[in-house]
Design a protein around this ligand. Structure first.
Ligand code: HEC
Length: 108
């Protein structure tokens, strides 16, 4: 059934594209949105300049000491039992990885 196989290929192909999009580096526009979110939303708990507030500071000297995967997991899943909320419903895996990199490198 060539017709069915064609549809199957389309579906599988579409899934591969959306899966790879998950880990894509955000484009310039998205990066600006994420930096805004970092200041406004993350900043509401971690301080506008990320120097700490309700949550701990997120400054590069300390962030660089922590494993990248640990930061990604914290941002994606939050910390149950603390005010740190999960962000995986609002941000893509690529967004979260990019934010973790910004924290470790120091946000410009
Ligand atoms: C409602 C307040 C709140 C918001 C909003 C918030 N956080 Fe947090 N965050 C916390 C708290 C509180 C902790 C400390 C949790 C604990 O005690 O382990 C934390 C912990 C963290 C940690 C781990 C730090 C460490 O030293 O282990 C990271 C990374 C982090 N937050 C990133 C973010 C990012 C990025 C955002 C925005 C996308 C964000 N947070 C938004 C409250 C918040």
């Amino acid at each position: 059934m060539p017709c069915k196989r064609f549809i199957c290929t389309l579906v599988a192909g579409g899934m591969m594209i959306s899966l790879s999009a998950l880990a894509d580096t955000p484009d310039a526009t998205r990066q600006q949105q994420l930096l805004h979110l970092l200041k406004q939303d993350c900043g509401s708990c971690h301080g506008m300049t990320l120097q700490g507030g309700l949550g701990p500071d997120l400054l590069a000297p300390r962030m660089a000491q922590l494993p990248r995967e640990f930061l990604i997991a914290t941002i994606a899943k939050g910390r149950p039992g603390t005010p740190m909320p999960p962000w995986e419903n609002l941000l893509s895996a690529g967004d979260i990885a990019w934010l973790a990199d910004q924290l470790q490198q120091g946000v410009r």
